[in-house]
Design a binder for this molecule. Structure first.
Ligand SMILES: [Zn+2]
Length: 378
């Protein structure tokens, strides 16, 4: 009698249960669906509905979020969120499940951003109300001239005209930097403009049409959020050229991304008794660079790499007393000091394009010069 009473009382209202789950390490989507209490026909139907809407099961990651809505013990709706950009919804429609891919309304806006360094670039970004990622984006524009780990000083100022991908008033990510300036006590004044060539390719040029690019980058360390230190931490690699061991030591947190300073071919990628995990790349001008003590190697011997390809992560493998990157450069087989080498810039803009370049970048240059609101208020 009691059991019957309970069943009757529930029949009048819908019993809704919501379950939130994350995809666990090494768990498949199917396994997660089963674990949430779905039976096999429902799992099949839900997966079919996801697949029909472009869901790629191979891209399922442990951070994916699932929200199940059960009505009277039956799955009514599943929201599957992979990232802010990709969401799927599966709804029950009678005996079937129908899926759709969520479309996030997003637009690209152009913004002028100004950062003044007090303690670090991360802090400067935060103080300006920006996401710290903007520092990575800006460091990339100046990678041939500024080492964002070492050259940034208190009081340095950056200004950029940058695309922001915005949704509902929130910045999702940064797009291209159209123009940027850097004024710093060690690096001086730098200005770069993004320009689209007639063939559609885009590249950075200085005000007079000189290429911003060089055959070699300023540093083998890509500026990034480092796992062990995270955002907000000031990274301050110790730098030392030691002639006796033929290279430069960058004291760096474990896991700092290491990139190829120039285009080339990987001549070595593997274990060395002294160097630990070691990568060497052969470049133009009979130059070769080597990156030692890595915690992770991401390239293979014989592989062609482009400048800025991340070839591994810094570590402390081999004969090493602590996390650091040993960076060596050889010219025609003999070690040279990478810090004293100078490299030419890439080809300048062809003369016939100069007028167009100046016409298009002129207004951007004015934005870089414009006084900040704070300055005007003073
Ligand atoms: Zn060393």
């Amino acid at each position: 009698m009691i059991a019957l009473f309970v069943a009757l009382s529930l029949s009048g209202t819908d019993l809704t249960i919501v379950k939130n789950r994350r995809l666990e390490q090494n768990a498949t989507v199917a396994k997660t669906l089963f674990a949430a209490g779905l039976d096999e026909p429902t799992v099949d139907a839900v997966q079919g509905a996801l697949k029909a809407n472009g869901f790629d099961f191979k891209k399922a990651r442990p951070s994916d979020q699932l929200r199940f809505v059960f009505r009277n013990g039956q799955l009514d709706q599943l929201d599957y969120r992979r990232s802010i950009f990709s969401e799927w919804q599966v709804r029950r429609d009678g005996d079937r499940y129908v899926g759709k891919k969520g479309e996030l309304e997003r637009e690209t806006q152009l913004a002028v951003v100004e950062l003044t360094v007090e303690s670090s670039v991360w802090e400067a970004a935060k103080a300006a109300g920006e996401k710290p990622e903007i520092a990575v984006t800006l460091s990339d524009v100046f990678a041939w001239d500024i080492d964002f780990y070492r050259d940034v000083q208190k009081g340095d100022r950056m200004r950029a005209v940058i695309e922001k991908v915005v949704s509902k008033g929130r910045v999702l990510e940064y797009g291209n930097v159209l123009a940027a300036s850097y004024v710093g006590s060690t690096v001086g004044a730098k200005k770069s403009f993004r320009y689209r060539m007639p063939d559609g390719s885009e590249s950075y040029y200085l005000e007079d049409g000189t290429s911003a690019r060089k055959t070699f980058l300023k540093t083998p360390l890509k500026f990034a959020a480092v796992v062990t230190s995270g955002f907000g931490t000031r990274l301050h690699p110790i730098l030392n050229y030691v002639g006796s061991h033929n290279g430069v030591d960058y004291g760096t947190p474990l896991g700092t991304p290491v990139w190829a300073v120039a285009d080339g071919t990987v001549t070595r990628a593997g274990w060395d008794k002294g160097g630990g995990n070691m990568v060497c790349v052969r470049h133009v001008y009979s130059l070769e660079t080597c990156y030692l003590h890595l915690s992770k190697v991401e390239v293979k011997e014989g592989q062609r790499v482009a400048q800025k390809t991340v070839i591994g992560a810094s570590g402390s493998t081999g004969l090493s007393t602590g996390p650091h990157l040993h960076f060596a450069m050889k010219k025609a087989g003999s070690f040279v000091n990478p810090l004293t080498q100078t490299f030419p810039r890439a080809d300048p803009l062809p003369k016939p394009l100069l007028a167009d370049f100046q016409e298009k970048t002129g207004p951007l240059g004015a934005q870089l010069e414009a006084k900040s609101v704070a300055e005007v208020a003073r």
